[in-house]
Design a protein around this ligand. Structure first.
Ligand code: DC
Length: 442
């Protein structure tokens, strides 16, 4: 093989990194489209304004005299209309509807006043969501709308929910529309926003609501640059990662097979593991085997654990567990180095396993949590993946109980209040999510 051929196979073997997919949801006037456009530009990826698609169908309906109650006709329109976004040399996006540039017309008050009705039609949504998902399937996109994080891209690498007060949103829309020469009053805009908020949030299909694992940002008192900066920082932490190393894969597979053979190991809910970004696996703890069980439950992504310092001094075992991502902690004292290492793991966008009860319990109860997990989640914006292990409390040398793992939906702590309030509230939220899963699986 020539050097050139070797180089070629090397590049071929390297797994292709998927580009990031970002979902930005929120009510009208929260700053979604401005932020989404800027973030897409900075990352050099596509921007898709899904609201413009619903507006285009509305415009077509108005032009064709289709009634806003005629769900069948509206669905037919959505299926027939050809929508295409074109990026102009000045960086703006224009929407072509059946070849005609309708970018200005879809922003008129007549369209705004009817679009929520059109967007509430299940058939219209199904049609447009299908097109949006086809565009989002390969990553490399920032999509804004109302249901991007919950329906269109449920596995987006980063989900943002933008909010702002009604007064601020009215002010922004008024400035935007009057700058375009449209003759509207603040009262008209406020009434329109209030009505649309109610329809968008109250409809049966895909209502406006933050995804459980989204980061909420209130933009009322923030400049656009500040919001963009915040989203960019979160995006940097959610960059797509390399798959697990060879040693991790080999050890993981062997341990997985052993668990299957001896303990009839099974996992429910593995699909809830976020594909990218920092994640804290919060798990109940009954046995020394638990870190292995956690790792084998989500083999797609390596899990790092804090482990007793003494283990790292054992020949062979020490270097192996270090290579597998464990890091030492001195028991009993507040070990700053271990906490720094945990923050580092998460800031690199990796997965950290934590037993937040603080110690092992064999009494088949879920015990109150320590606050460390909340502090880590707050400092790193990590998502929390609740996990319950059943069976390991019965383990001993002579018993091989069935081990079953249940994984719940990942979620994000929402910041608010003083630091002390946030910690107490955060720990309560994590505990209640774990308890829900515990009770559901008891
Ligand atoms: O973001 P916008 O104001 O241009 O959105 C127009 C309307 O479309 C809005 O009232 C809600 C609806 N919409 C939706 O239901 N789902 C989306 N993904 C995007 C917009």
């Amino acid at each position: 093989m020539t050097r050139e051929q070797r180089e070629k196979t090397k590049t071929k073997r390297k797994p292709e990194r998927r580009k990031i997919a970002i979902a930005i949801d929120g009510p009208a006037g929260s700053g979604k489209s401005t932020v989404a456009k800027r973030v897409a530009e900075e990352l050099g990826i596509l921007y898709l304004d899904t609201g413009a698609m619903y507006r285009a169908v509305t415009l077509k309906a108005l032009r064709n005299g289709v009634s806003m109650d005629n769900q069948e006709a509206l669905t037919r329109l959505a299926a027939q209309v050809a929508l295409d976004f074109q990026r102009m040399p000045d960086g703006s996006y224009h929407l072509l509807m059946d070849g005609e540039d309708v970018s200005e017309e879809i922003r008129t008050l007549a369209v705004s006043q009817n679009v929520s009705l059109v967007a509430a039609v299940p058939g219209v949504r199904a049609e447009l969501v299908k097109q949006q998902q086809a565009i989002g399937a390969r990553g490399g996109v920032v999509m804004d709308g109302r249901d991007i994080g919950t329906v269109v891209l449920p596995h987006a690498d980063l989900k943002i929910f933008l909010t702002a007060s009604l007064e601020e949103r009215t002010r922004r829309r008024w400035l935007e529309l009057t700058a375009k020469g449209l003759n509207v009053t603040a009262e008209e805009i406020k009434a329109d926003l209030t009505r649309r908020d109610a329809i968008d949030s109250g409809r049966e299909v895909a209502p406006l609501r933050p995804a459980a694992d989204s980061v909420t940002i209130d933009t009322s008192n923030l400049r656009i640059e500040e919001v963009v900066e915040r989203v960019m920082a979160l995006a940097a932490a959610r960059k797509t990662l390399d798959p697990p190393g060879l040693l991790y894969k080999i050890c993981g597979t062997i341990l997985y097979i052993c668990l299957k053979l001896f303990y009839r190991f099974s996992v429910e809910g593995a699909e809830h593991l976020p594909a990218t970004g920092p994640v804290i696996v919060a798990c109940n703890h009954c046995s020394l085997l638990d870190p292995i069980v956690v790792g084998c439950s989500i083999l797609q992504r390596p899990v790092s654990f804090m482990a007793k310092e003494e283990l790292f001094r054992i020949p062979l075992l020490g270097p192996i567990i270090r290579k597998l991502g464990a890091f030492p902690v001195r028991r009993g004292k507040g070990d700053r180095a271990a906490i720094r290492a945990a923050v580092e793991v998460l800031k690199e966008g990796k997965v950290l396993g934590i037993f937040p009860e603080g110690t092992r319990y064999k009494d088949n109860k879920l015990h109150p949590l320590r606050h460390g997990i909340t502090l880590l989640a707050m400092e790193t914006n990590a998502r929390i993946l609740p996990m319950i292990i059943r069976g390991t409390q019965q383990l001993n040398f002579f018993r091989f109980p069935k081990i079953k793992v249940y994984i719940g939906e990942a979620f994000q702590l929402v910041p608010g209040g003083t630091k002390k309030e946030m910690i107490t509230e955060g720990t309560t939220v994590i505990y209640s999510r774990l308890l829900q899963l515990w009770e559901k699986t008891n």
